[in-house]
Design a protein around this ligand. Structure first.
Ligand code: MLT
Length: 264
């Protein structure tokens, strides 16, 4: 575990391995632990860079955030660790919103993309309004409120009680300022649908068949819009594919990574 002092906060991150770099971006209000299952199978084959986004996990919190700020933090982190090569960006949900922004701001840094359980469209006005309202409530009453709401929709039917409890605890422990900042960042995030046609790098789209937060149809839009993309639907999983069906997720990811042109 390491901490980088970046853009005014302490950013927590781990790096495993030293080969071709892969940057993992978790969702909201989660942490880099989302990617625990990829570490053992992939660390000898790739360099895995796994941060906690600002305001989540063990990273420092700021009252405001934006997709641009999260993307800048990641670019600064790559610089901090001396990683100058283009990276494969692997993202889930809000991590995907950050990945689109990272691609727009730093296209030369992106070698390939994995977009899991996410969407390209922005919030509808009512959704953005309700996020603002939730942000205010969270600042008053704490993160438990969001953890309880998310807990109801995060997983597919087969997820074990232990898995649900584990993530309930992680979400509840997320600082309320980080949760509120992320809610506002998501409410104000740009429309990434026009970005899809600009993405020319190999792209893997993954979705749990039972994803209630970013359903399968949202992934079909991305699959249609990104020329060089393939889409995999994972049965028996909801929104949290890397932890609900870790073996299938890792196998799908590994197959994609191993086939990238420079890895052949
Ligand atoms: C996430 O899982 O990162 C968020 O729930 C995505 C969202 O609310 O749009």
């Amino acid at each position: 575990m390491s901490i980088a002092s970046i853009n005014g906060i302490d950013l927590y991150y781990v790096v495993h391995g030293s080969k071709s770099p892969v940057l993992f971006i978790h969702g909201y209000p989660l942490s880099g632990r989302l990617w625990d299952a990829v570490v053992e199978p992939l660390r000898d084959h790739y360099k895995l860079i796994i941060p906690d986004l600002r305001g989540m996990g063990r990273s420092g919190t700021s009252p405001l955030a934006s997709m641009a700020q999260y993307a800048d933090d990641l670019a600064a982190l790559l610089k901090h660790i001396g990683e100058e090569r283009p990276v494969v960006v692997v993202s889930l949900s809000m991590g995907g919103y950050v990945a689109f922004e990272f691609f727009r701001k730093y296209p030369q840094r992106v070698r390939a993309m994995v977009l899991a359980d996410t969407r390209a469209e922005p919030d509808a006005p009512e959704k953005a309004k309700s996020r603002e309202e939730t942000a205010l409530k969270v600042l008053t009453s704490g993160s438990q409120l969001v953890a309880d709401d998310m807990g109801k929709v995060l997983f597919g039917a087969k997820a074990s009680p232990q898995l649900r409890q584990e993530w309930q605890a992680i979400m509840t422990a997320t600082p309320k300022e980080g949760v509120a900042a992320a809610l506002r960042a998501m409410a104000h995030r740009p429309d990434s649908v026009p970005t899809l046609a600009q993405i020319r790098v190999p792209t893997l789209i993954i979705v749990g068949e039972e994803d209630k937060i970013t359903p399968v149809d949202a992934h079909r839009i991305m699959n249609k819009g990104i020329a060089n993309s393939q889409m995999d639907i994972i049965s028996g999983a909801g929104h949290m594919t890397p932890v609900e069906t870790p073996q299938v997720f890792v196998k799908t990811l590994r197959t994609f990574l191993d086939k990238l042109p420079e890895n052949r």
